[in-house]
Design a protein around this ligand. Structure first.
Ligand SMILES: Nc1nc2c(ncn2[C@@H]2O[C@H](COP(=O)(O)OP(=O)(O)OP(=O)(O)O)[C@@H](O)[C@H]2O)c(=O)[nH]1
Ligand SMILES: [Mg+2]
Length: 492
């Protein structure tokens, strides 16, 4: 791999490492950095829902869901539009664009949807189908109201052999995003899984009514005490119903002492549910539709963002690899232990500008250098430098074929640390909200967390062994390393 060293910050940083050309190269850096022009976008309000949603997750035990107004839904649509537009700009012929844009257009229509969409969910055999049937006949009496009622596959029972139970439940609960509210049916006291599922729905800002079905199977006081404890545990409305009570035995005594027995059908009892439904539809109908629109917009946005991140990640990969080699070459050529870190830092500054550009994060030269040295000291602080140097030495010692003296340890460590820094940055950028003219104030705590988890997740020994076995030759004299160093000096 031939690496061209024409990057101004890089050269500046390596200058420190080589100790000679410092002042002279800074000037170049400052002038040339102006050539990095970053695209800028138009600003859009929004993001408020995110903060709100996080609050909901945090306080879900105590708070009920937040009613969504029209503006919040409109903002959510706008924020997903930004991401889709970015995707269109960065990958004009992306396969998913048509679909995303079509769904975006539908969201505008969705804002004024008149039909109400209701989802019935719950565990196996709790009475979902029965409830849907009963509700459909209730709504038949209100021809001015169109209500679409659907039932999910049962929760907490693995239907798909391939997918695990949790996976299936996750999908079922996610499907609720498209509905205005959810009737969560149970037929006995709440289990822990049911409680968790309710919490998840609430975290998605989903309006839920907890429906305690099969009331006919309980004695009156038993029923009352379950209902009371449910109301204490759950912040959503709780109602007791009997969607299809069992027939009861009726005995009629005659004067002569004989009696007659027969089974009598009992009418379904949906009274409490009907009251709750009509109250909700009278007061919150529009808010419910807006909340659904918002959930759909956010779903669309996160799908578009995943696709965008995928593209950016693919583009970032070769960059990171390139800097990995540059770092290796620099440290190899100049194997003073403390300096490999400085060289790595220098390289990171350039990598930060390049990756930042890919992720639409504006970084000035100064900011990039700050970030780079912060990452360098974080790496030291977290012990990553020491740890990887040790691992490299051990691997090198046990590898008879490729053991080389000099800067091998520094070279390989620098490559590895550069890689970790690059991957951590990508991960960090991926999580950033996609907005216009994003400020580049880094959240250092978050960056440190990301660095640590990326370090932990990238099995260092495996990577380093591969590096030693396959790639180290590139660092040996007479190979590309020489070219690298020559180029470097020429650039300086
Ligand atoms: N005793 C009693 N039984 C009921 C009540 N509601 C439904 N059932 C019975 O419960 C059983 C399951 O009802 P379904 O409506 O099929 O339940 P489901 O939740 O749709 O079942 P799956 O879709 O298979 O998970 C049936 O035998 C119903 O008759 C009720 O209020 N009381
Ligand atoms: Mg069913």
């Amino acid at each position: 791999m031939v690496v061209k060293l024409k990057r101004p910050i890089l050269v500046g940083g390596l200058g420190i490492s080589f100790g000679l050309w410092v002042l002279q190269s800074w000037q170049d850096s400052i002038i040339q950095i102006g050539e990095f022009s970053l695209l800028s976008l138009a600003a859009v309000g929004g993001g408020l829902w995110l903060i709100r949603q996080n609050n909901v997750v945090e306080n879900s035990q105590t708070q009920s869901i937040i009613p969504v107004d029209r503006q919040t839904a409109v903002d959510a649509i706008a924020s997903s539009e930004i991401v889709i537009e970015r995707l269109a700009q960065e990958s004009q012929s992306h396969f998913a664009l048509d679909n995303l844009q079509e769904r975006l257009a539908q969201l505008q229509v969705e804002l004024d949807r008149q039909e109400i969409k209701l989802l019935v969910t719950g565990g196996k055999s709790v009475g979902k189908t029965t409830l849907v049937k009963e509700l459909n006949s209730v709504f038949e009496n209100f021809p001015q109201l169109t209500v679409d009622i659907q039932e999910t596959s049962p929760l907490f029972s693995q239907v798909d052999e391939q997918a695990g139970e949790a996976d299936n439940d996750e999908k079922v609960l996610q499907s609720g995003d498209e509905y205005d509210f959810v009737l969560f049916a149970i037929d006995s006291d709440l289990t822990d899984s049911e409680f968790q599922a309710l919490e998840q729905l609430k975290a998605r800002n989903q309006q839920v009514i907890l429906v305690f079905n099969k009331q006919d199977g309980y004695l009156a006081d038993e029923r009352a005490s379950i209902l009371q404890s449910l109301k204490q545990e759950i912040s959503s409305p709780v109602v007791g119903i009997a969607a299809s009570p069992l027939p009861i035995k009726v005995r009629k005594h005659h004067q002569d002492g004989s009696f007659q027995e027969w089974m009598e059908q009992v009418k379904p009892n949906l009274e409490e549910l009907n009251t709750q439904l009509s109250e909700m539809l009278a007061n919150q109908r529009q808010n419910l539709v807006w909340a659904t629109t918002m959930r759909k917009a956010l779903g669309l946005k996160s799908q578009a963002k995943d696709l965008l991140n995928e593209i950016r990640r693919d583009r970032a990969q070769p960059s990171i690899e390139q800097y990995q080699w540059i770092a290796a070459a620099a440290a190899f050529a100049n194997p003073v232990p403390a300096l490999d870190v400085i060289a790595t830092v220098a390289i990171n500054a350039q990598m930060i500008v390049e990756l930042g550009e890919l992720y639409q994060q504006k970084f000035s030269l100064e900011q990039a250098q700050n970030v780079a040295s912060t990452m360098g000291s974080l790496m030291l602080k977290l012990g990553l430098v020491e740890l990887s140097t040790k691992t490299v030495s051990t691997i090198l010692k046990s590898n008879t074929v490729t053991f080389v003296a000099g800067g091998a340890v520094q070279g390989i460590s620098a490559a590895y640390l550069t890689r970790i820094a690059g991957l951590a940055l990508v991960e960090y950028f991926q999580e950033q909200e996609i907005v216009i003219n994003s400020g580049s104030a880094l959240n250092l705590g978050k960056l440190q967390q990301t660095l640590q988890s990326v370090f932990e997740n990238n099995q260092q020994t495996k990577f380093l062994q591969g590096f030693v076995q396959k790639d180290i030759k590139r660092l040996l004299p007479g190979t590309e390393t020489d070219k690298l160093i020559t180029n470097q000096k020429a650039a300086i």
